[in-house]
Design a protein around this ligand. Structure first.
Ligand code: APR
Length: 189
């Protein structure tokens, strides 16, 4: 599914493995240690090779652990993507511990780092909806609304792709995107 917004920027939803993407930057759903893990984190480090972990180690030694909602950028190692943006989503604790704001911040900070580097295309996984337990339907609305708002602003990022690992997650994001764009059409009058 693809949405083209007023300034020509595009948002795409695809099913697949994010490590296969050829976009300018992949976003990794990391943890605060930046020392790798399972899920997307494991896949990106496996496919990208040890050079990414080494860069992460240097970042942590310089600035300490990465708080939830923040992001850092490294090279892409053996990946087709030139960069990896590592961000930490919130662990779901029932929704009253600032999770929605932290999740939106993870997307916002990641796109900000891409724009600062003049990167034109970015691929995101469904941050926090795996090991971190964020309900996918709620996460999808936050992710898509945050990205649509930022794509509408002037920046080098012209295309964002959500790479969803399974059909269930893809369908949830598709439904959320239809809702959000229908809503915008109605409010646009
Ligand atoms: N490509 C795209 N999406 C993937 C891939 C992949 N190769 N592997 C897993 N996913 C999906 C999951 O199915 C889920 O929908 O990414 C989404 C996020 O799941 P996680 O990777 O578990 O990320 P998250 O929920 O943010 O938890 C982060 O898990 O791997 C550890 O080190 C990581 O501690 C951190 C935590």
């Amino acid at each position: 599914m693809e949405v083209v917004i007023s300034n020509g920027s595009r948002l795409l939803l695809v099913q697949g493995d994010i490590t296969e993407q050829t976009t300018g930057a992949l976003v990794n759903a990391a943890n605060s240690s930046l020392m790798g893990g399972g899920g997307v984190d494991g896949a990106i480090h496996r496919a990208g090779g040890p050079v990414i972990l080494e860069e992460c180690r240097q970042i942590v030694s310089r600035q300490g652990r990465l708080p939830a909602g923040k992001a850092v950028i490294t090279g892409g190692g053996n990946l087709k993507a030139r960069y990896v943006i590592h961000t930490v989503g919130p662990v779901w604790r029932g929704g009253q511990a600032g999770e929605p704001e932290l999740l939106a911040s993870a997307y916002r900070e990641s796109l900000h780092l891409a724009a600062v580097r003049g990167i034109e295309s970015v691929s995101f996984p469904s941050i926090s909806t795996g090991a971190y337990g964020y309900p996918t339907g709620q996460a999808a609305v936050i992710a898509l609304r945050t990205v649509l708002d930022l794509l509408a602003q002037r920046s080098s990022v012209r295309e964002v792709t959500f790479v969803l690992f399974d059909a269930r997650t893809l369908h949830i994001y598709q439904d959320a995107l239809k809702e959000l764009t229908a809503l915008e059409e109605r409010t646009a009058g």
